[in-house]
Design a binder for this molecule. Structure first.
Ligand SMILES: Nc1ncnc2c1ncn2[C@@H]1O[C@H](COP(=O)(O)OP(=O)(O)OP(=O)(O)O)[C@@H](O)[C@H]1O
Ligand SMILES: [Mg+2]
Length: 287
């Protein structure tokens, strides 16, 4: 049996490597992801892992052509390794090992507990969906998760990371413990950059205006906007009306500022956003 944690290289193909390590519980591929990557959840004697590969050169018959070719997908996996090695935070999915195969790396993460908040658009009205259940969870649970989201991004910002493609499909939440694990931050960029795609990767619901404009700056204020959108979306129980915000008026005002279309009117960075959030949170607790 292959031990995924002690290997740094293998001659096996990714799928063989995973099945030689234990029982495959799930496979994530073109049926549910549009990245072109292929990943697995696998149960092994030392624990459950999420194993991510860049997938095949050619999409399987009938599957759409992914936006990025295989070598660009490998670059993103290497970027994910750089993120994991530069930032240590309990809300980030923990990367346990990287195994080099002839086709590129596979990344072995600890399996995150809980469930993915993002669901396909067709399920967003389903009250039983993880999305609706999180959005209507008691305020204390939602605020605890949002605190972790912000704190993780404060740490990411300290290492220079700017959010890209941060959306509800990156949030795994354990409803029993209110624990957040962030997954799939692969397209984050280190340091300020410019919009070189026209429309950046992402879910329109959470993207900043500059992510739709070629040549526009992408920086900490972009991260602030996306975080603000997530806070607003889930903090208002999906109404987007700040009068419904689960943390009260002072926190709602922080969220309003974070989500201004005009970049210069937002907080200058995640550190500033978190300071304002924490001050409003403490004031709310004291009153
Ligand atoms: N650490 C983890 N623990 C448990 N499940 C995970 C973990 N990371 C990812 N998953 C699950 O696997 C799915 C696919 O992972 P991920 O989003 O990283 O893949 P991707 O190929 O980048 O997909 P996308 O097309 O969404 O960009 C996630 O939606 C989530 O359900
Ligand atoms: Mg992805």
């Amino acid at each position: 049996m292959t031990d995924l944690l002690s290997r740094t290289r293998s001659d096996l193909a990714p799928e063989e490597l995973v099945s030689s390590a234990g029982e495959v519980l799930a496979r994530f591929d073109h049926r549910t992801q549009d990245s072109g990557n292929v990943s697995w959840l696998v149960r092994t004697p030392s624990g459950d892992y999420f194993v991510k590969s860049a997938g095949e050169e050619e999409p399987p018959p009938g599957a759409p052509l992914p936006v990025l070719d295989r070598s660009a997908r490998v670059d993103l996996l290497r970027n994910a390794v750089e993120i994991a090695r530069s930032v240590d935070h309990p809300a980030l999915a923990r990367l346990r090992s990287v195994i080099e195969l002839s086709t590129g790396p596979v990344l072995v993460y600890d399996r995150a507990s809980g469930e993915l908040v993002g669901v396909p658009a067709a399920r967003r009205n389903d009250p039983d969906s993880s999305y609706r259940r999180f959005a209507t969870a008691p305020p204390a649970i939602r605020l605890a998760v949002l605190d972790q989201l912000l704190d993780a991004h404060r740490t990411l910002e300290e290492a220079g990371w700017v959010a890209c493609d941060l959306y509800d499909g990156c949030l795994m939440v354990d409803p029993a413990t209110a624990r957040l694990t962030l997954i799939d931050l692969d397209t984050y960029r280190r340091g300020p950059s410019t919009n070189d795609m026209g429309r950046m990767f992402g879910s329109t619901r959470f993207m900043a205006p500059e992510e739709f404009t070629a040549g526009a700056p992408l920086d900490a204020r972009t991260t602030v906007f996306t975080l603000g959108r997530l806070l607003r979306h889930f903090g208002t129980g999906l109404t987007e009306d700040l009068a419904d915000f689960c943390g009260g008026a002072a926190l709602a005002a922080v969220v309003e500022r974070a989500t201004r279309r005009e970049r210069t009117e937002r907080h200058g960075g995640v550190g500033e956003l978190v300071a304002a959030w924490t001050a409003a949170r403490d004031a709310g607790a004291a009153s």
